[in-house]
Each structure stands twice: as C-alpha cells, then as structure tokens.
Design a protein. Sequence first.
Length: 338
Amino acid sequence: MPRIYTHLTTQERAVVMTMRDDQCSIRSIAERLGRSPSSISRELRRAPGSGAYDANLAHLQSYERRMAPRRIPKLHADGALFQVVRHYLKELWSPQQIANILRTMWPDDCDKTVSHETIYNAIYLHPRGELKRELIACLRHHNQVRKPRSRGVDRRGQIKDMQSIHIRPPEIEDRLIPGHWEGDLIKGEGNRSSVGTLVERTTRFVVLAKMDNAGTRSVVDSFSAVLNRQPAALRKSMTYDQGREMHGHKILTERTGVQIYFADPHSPWQRGSNENTNGLLRQYMPKGSDLSIYSQDELDAIALSLNTRPRETLSWKTPLAVYTEHMARLQLQPDAIH
C-alpha cells in the first residue's frame, strides 16, 4: 500500500534537532525516523538564517503556515474577472473562446487571464446551487450523454444520380478555396419540424434556412433561397448525407449552380464542420423543441451570433470576418458576380 504522508510531530522535530547537533547526516536522521531524506532536507531548509535548527521554533512556524489563509483563486465568485467570464458564458461562448478573448483584452496582465481549464474548474467546483446550474446550462454539452451511432445496414432508398464524396475535387478537401458548403437538417420535437443548416468549409460561416417541412420540395426551395443570397463565386459545392430529403438535388443544382456530393452512410466525420455546428445550434434550439416557431429573421439572428464568435481553427478570428474578407476580394475581381 502507498504511504500516507503526515507532518512531522513535535517529538520527531526534537529528534532532528538532537541528531543535527551531533552532526548526523540527513540520511541517517531520515532512517531513524522512517522518513524520506527529502522531507528532512526541506525541514532543515526552513530553519531561519544559518543558525542551528530549533525544534520548538520549527513547530511554531509549521502551525502558522497551516493556519495562514490560502491564496484566493483568480475566478472566485465575488471577483470582477468571474463576472466577465459569466457574461461571455451567457453569450454561449465556450471556455476556450473566453480564455482567448481575455488574453486579447489584457495581454500584459496575467491577473486578468485564465486558461479554459480554470474556467471549467470554476464552474464544476462551484458549490451546488442556482449559480452552478446557470453556468453549466451555458455550456454546449450540459447534461448530455453521448450515445454510439448505429452501425447497422443502411435501409434508406438510394438517391438517384448522386455523386459520392470520394470524387470531390481535392480543393474541397484542402479547405483552401471558399465556396464549398456542408449541409444538413436539425429536427425538432418528434421530427415534426426542421431547420436547414449550411456551413462554408473554409470560413465556417453558418447559414440557416427555415423549412416548412422535411419534404424534398421544401428542402430544395429553402436551400435555394438562402444559397442564392450568397455571391455566385461562393456557391461551388455542397456535401450532404444520404437523407431522402435530397432526392431533388439535381433541381437544387439547377437553381443555385451548387454541385451536390453525398457522404457515406453513418459517416458524420465526413461532414465534421456541419456536425460541430449542429451541436452549437442546440444551445439556441434545444433538442425536443418546436423549430417551426422560428422565423427566417430569427434564424438569421442565431446564425449571426455563431458567425461573430471567434474560432480557434480561424486563428481566433470570427467566421463573419473571414467570410467578409473573401467577399471583399471578390469585389476586386472584374468578372465576379455579386
């Protein structure tokens, strides 16, 4: 069994003082007491000045150290920094995003910056109560349990004339050229309502589309409307799963010029940006809620909130800023279609 450390007793300190006066070595003292030599060495180094070791004085100093108040943590509940972190959590920023913005705001003041692990600790080590529930509710995965995805046989009907993700041009995979999107639907209570989600792969720019239902016609109409709001040069392709709502993919291509590619069944990692975004959207539109209550204007506001949150993968720029930079470059091209 591992040893359980205990502080030196008054009697042990007296033995240390006596043996030290007799010029005994640290190792011999440690062997006599059944202690580690490093423990005896630390005890002797704490002696004031270069004088002889005094057991009574050492015991008094030990008691004072134990009674001294601990260092106040940076993120204590009554501090100003905690209120700043709490503000950003209410804005649904992740602890990593908050830690980065603090470093940006106060680059030369370490007392006003914390790591994302410190933020997580401040939340989960907070005493049980209403404030702790409020903070956890601001996190992306509050009270969520990951369940393994089914690896059963795909029983969905095959989509006619679909093009596989495996024949996409290399430029899409490299994320170097903007204009390539990933698409999906998020479903509401009982799968009776839906919202279309689109994420641009290079910039992580998010676009949401209101759906009357999850039928093919509604999906094609809604995706066509929001895609055609984007510059033609930023409408190159979209990668989607093999959901049957995309049976009208050829009509969508005719209306928007966007080439549709289909991911493999049960392979969400092939559309990782979109899957990640769908998880973020659940902070605004929780699972089991009615998604039909959101108007297109309200969905645009939710998308704007996501697009103005800094992303690590964009060197802590926002998707909106990066997407706008690409649009500005397009305006400088004489043959660009706006």
